[in-house]
Design a protein around this ligand. Sequence first.
Ligand code: IFM
Length: 452
Amino acid sequence: MTTDPDRLPPLRRSDFPPAFRWGCATAAYQIEGATTEDGRGESIWDRFCATPGRIRDGSSGAVACDHYHRWPEDLDLALSLGANAYRFSIAWPRILPAGRGAVNAKGLEFYDRLVDGMLARGLEPWATLYHWDLPQALQDAGGWAERSTIDAFVEYADVVTRRLGDRLKHWITHNEPWCTAFLGHLEGNHAPGVRDLRTAMQVCHHLLLSHGRALPVVRANVPGAQAGITLSLHPIVAASASAADAAAVQRHDGSRNRWFLDPLHGRGYPADTLALLGDAAPRVEPGDMAAIAAPTDFLGVNYYFPEIVADAPDRGPIRTRVVELPDVERTAFGWPVSPEGLVVLLERIHRDYAPPVIHITENGSTYDDVVGADGRIIDVERRLYLVRHLVAAREALRRGVPLGGYFAWSLLDNFEWAEGYLRRFGIVHVDYTTQKRTPKASAEWYAQFLRS
Ligand code: IFM
């Protein structure tokens, strides 16, 4: 596939089905700011950011893109691209500042306005209930490691879907439970910063169970609901042709992909991974696996890169290590660029699990943008990344994958978790001093494509 901008493959919106969803994705903590306004409670990310050394540039989401106040302008930007849908997340601590119990009316009113703003612009709202900002009060009681947090999540889902379900039909329970469990509770570089495998596995089980337990509540409250979950999935590639690396691929795939896909599709946890985990396997109670396998209307897939893995006998129970092979094209984050990987991944999900519809709920890249003397940001690499992944999405459709939508990550540059503001994923540039938004060349291309 070409990397020469002048030889981009021809691509038209009409290459995709008429009902295809086109949009951008965002998340509350990454863009909203206003973390102490209108009764919002503290989240684990507020606490994590306040802990020295956790965030690379020492920043936080306290102001971020000030979307809490600037949302009309941001929705106008989404509309100006020609999008027909918009994915956002709801901040649990705005709705239930203490995690459960008292509901904060102002929090609900904010999302009322936001959703009405989308509808007024013809943008179909897609809400994620949990994009990582757990109320700190729940963390103080044990967080996702505690089974009671599942009940709190179901209560929260109930409050929000009762209020917005008359207008908002597309609901995603969780965004990337792998990240919450493993980055937050094993590697410790995301909130709440725990480092313990057994805890991470229990958290993972509780996240999946909370998804399954929330689904019937969402369906009861939302007439015509379309509900699903979003996973971060990766094609897993062997670092070499050795038998040891081939076996490593299977083990890594078990913990990275099948650990989520199997139970969500009624197969329970993969036996090979369970055996490797031994004592670190989660405690599962009767009925849990059936609840996790509650039917969904779609699977959300966040695709960024394939993982290249090697056998690593000394590395934990899974005994694999992600390697950085030379001569692999990478983004500024160091993530491999592989549009082909998207085709491989989507075909595999369709073949092995056959969800009714797959939506790409995130896909995007970070590069070191330069603001030109004329104020423009000609982000050639991000634009190419976008085009090449859309070509891949079209190819997946051609091969029979029931792909229903594509949401670029992200509408705006934003707070990139442990990286702070050092990584820019937006197709719209944000000047964090003035809060001025400037569509980059990638946004101009996306708009041109969506209007083609
Ligand atoms: O910014 C994140 C997002 O919150 C979840 N998916 C991956 C993105 C890029 O790291």
